[in-house]
Write a protein that binds this ligand. Structure first.
Ligand SMILES: Nc1ncnc2c1ncn2[C@@H]1O[C@H](COP(=O)(O)OP(=O)(O)OP(=O)(O)O)[C@@H](O)[C@H]1O
Length: 304
């Protein structure tokens, strides 16, 4: 799937300001961004539910504006706001969708429903929000489409069901299907996606592999040293690249320092090598913190 400089205006609101990306077939591509960033609008233009103001896209190698039901059948779409016929039972509704976008392998709907703990015999109007979302997930996955487009797929799902969903994504990927998903949950993107785009204010701020994003993420540092003054320790750490939010204080005989570290570790290890340390903690990179920084900081507008 490819997008080239897509813009979308709603009246005077410029919802998309030139969105471009390329997603290799068979990969899982995640989009994250704050509310109103343009995630849903991006998906809708890719699926030709709405027309872009300018720019163009290619979906499964086809221009979605020119493609008909044949392309739609190759796509499984889970919209952010599901509108379902409340009078039908889940089973009837899914059968109806299967008639439109099938073929669906016999037993597939039941298998997915069972894995998600979804009762297919209940009228849709009596289902909870999470159970309606499960129905949406089943209809997106059931016909094993070449491309899955999923808008906030785990919204309303409990942690156990979120894991089932992640399993379904992993299986789709293993079967060669492509997955384009949006999420507010960074850990979910981290687990599910190969690549992640961060969308902010109608623009892609960063496209990066999840591994690269993790490498560039912020770590928290805490150390306790003895035989050194507060001023000396501060001086030694202050000059390190990527070290921020440094605090140094004395506690009895010892000196304690805390900081955040963004970037490589060896210079830090070298700076600490001659210290007499009684404690040293360098936490797991905090992807969430790095991403939230990208949501708001104008200085990070370059691809990682
Ligand atoms: N039909 C519409 N008419 C007018 N403005 C719209 C319409 N749909 C979206 N917008 C505006 O376009 C911008 C992008 O909205 P969009 O729904 O794509 O964001 P989003 O990233 O999906 O947000 P969220 O995380 O809250 O779902 C917002 O400023 C929104 O108010």
């Amino acid at each position: 799937m490819e997008a080239h400089q897509i813009t979308k205006k709603y009246g005077i609101t410029l919802a998309l300001k030139g969105v471009s990306f390329s997603m290799p077939r068979g990969s899982v591509f995640g989009v994250i961004g704050p509310n109103g960033a343009g995630k849903t609008t991006t998906m809708r233009t890719l699926l030709d539910i709405i027309r872009p103001t300018s720019g163009h896209a290619s979906v499964l190698g086809v221009d979605p504006r020119k493609a008909g039901p044949e392309l739609r059948r190759r796509i499984g779409f889970l919209p952010g706001e599901l509108i379902l016929d409340g009078r039908s039972t889940g089973r009837k509704l899914l059968q109806h969708y299967a008639d439109i976008s099938g073929p669906v392998t016999k037993g597939r709907i039941e298998e997915l429903a069972e894995r998600l703990g979804l009762d297919l015999s209940r009228p849709v109007r009596k289902l909870s929000k999470g159970n309606k979302q499960k129905l949406g997930i089943v209809q997106a996955f059931m016909h094993k489409p070449d491309l899955l487009v999923l808008d906030e797929p785990t919204s309303g799902l409990d942690p156990l069901m979120q894991q089932v969903f992640l399993d379904l994504v992993a299986e789709a990927r293993a079967a060669g299907q492509s997955v384009f998903l949006s999420s507010h949950v960074i850990s979910e993107i981290q687990q599910a996606a190969d690549e992640v785009a961060i969308l902010r204010d109608g623009k892609i701020v960063t496209i990066s592999s999840v591994d690269k994003l993790r490498d560039s993420a912020i770590r928290h540092l805490r150390l306790v040293a003895s035989g050194i003054s507060v001023a000396e320790l501060r001086q030694r750490l202050d000059s390190l690249d990527g070290l921020d939010n440094l605090t140094v204080s004395s506690s009895g005989e010892d000196v304690e320092a805390t900081a955040t570290l963004e970037g490589s570790i060896p210079p830090l290890v070298q700076a600490l090598s001659t210290l007499s340390l009684s404690d040293l903690v360098l936490e797991e990179p905090d992807l969430e913190e790095s991403v939230l920084k990208l949501y708001s900081s104008p200085s990070k507008e370059a691809a990682l």
